[in-house]
Design a protein. Structure first.
Length: 82
């Protein structure tokens, strides 16, 4: 982002119950459908790392953008599940 530009962001806290898992962290993706004033809707995904407690995630958007919807897209499988 450029200093002085107006933008917004989406912040969420994601918690994971890994009590039955051998690992304490892993990757997950959040999918977004983004609206923009003068452009087509756009679907994209951002990758984050979860930990056994909670993790705060955020994504920046320009002032003319908004999140239409979001979802947990994929979660890395636990190695003990194989």
């Amino acid at each position: 982002m450029v200093a002085g530009e107006i933008y917004s962001w989406m912040i969420a806290t994601v918690s994971a119950d890994a009590s039955r898992c051998a690992t304490t962290a892993g990757y997950f993706e959040v999918g977004f459908s983004r609206l923009k004033e003068n452009a087509m809707e756009l679907e994209f995904r951002e990758q984050f790392i979860w930990t056994s407690s909670a993790v705060k995630v955020s994504v920046d958007f320009w002032a003319d953008e908004a999140v239409e919807t979001y979802w947990i897209d994929s979660v890395q499988a636990c190695p003990c599940a194989k």
